[in-house]
Unconditional design. Sequence first.
Length: 111
Amino acid sequence: MKVIVQTKISTKDNRELIVNLASEIVEARGLKNSYKNEGIPYKPNEWDDSFWTIDAGNDWKIKFHDEHSFEVIHRYQINDKTRTEYSAVNEGVKGLANLLAYKLNGKVIIE
């Protein structure tokens, strides 16, 4: 399952804004003292700004595809389309994507 957010704003020019917003959403409902985690969000590869880690646990990621879309990823999401069981992680990924799409005046596409 891929959860992609398409937006009208330029993701190339606003990547840091988007990952900071996503990080604040994820960390606010996660770690109690997350504000002490300096360096979150971060780029695992400094030279590549298309892939970001947005939480201290290294579970949530944002991957930018083109100038107007990005993907929300969680380490434990189920990507196998043949599996039909309920996944709380997948619902969390969809929820974060929907909130970001709302904030950025975009829409969510699930592939």
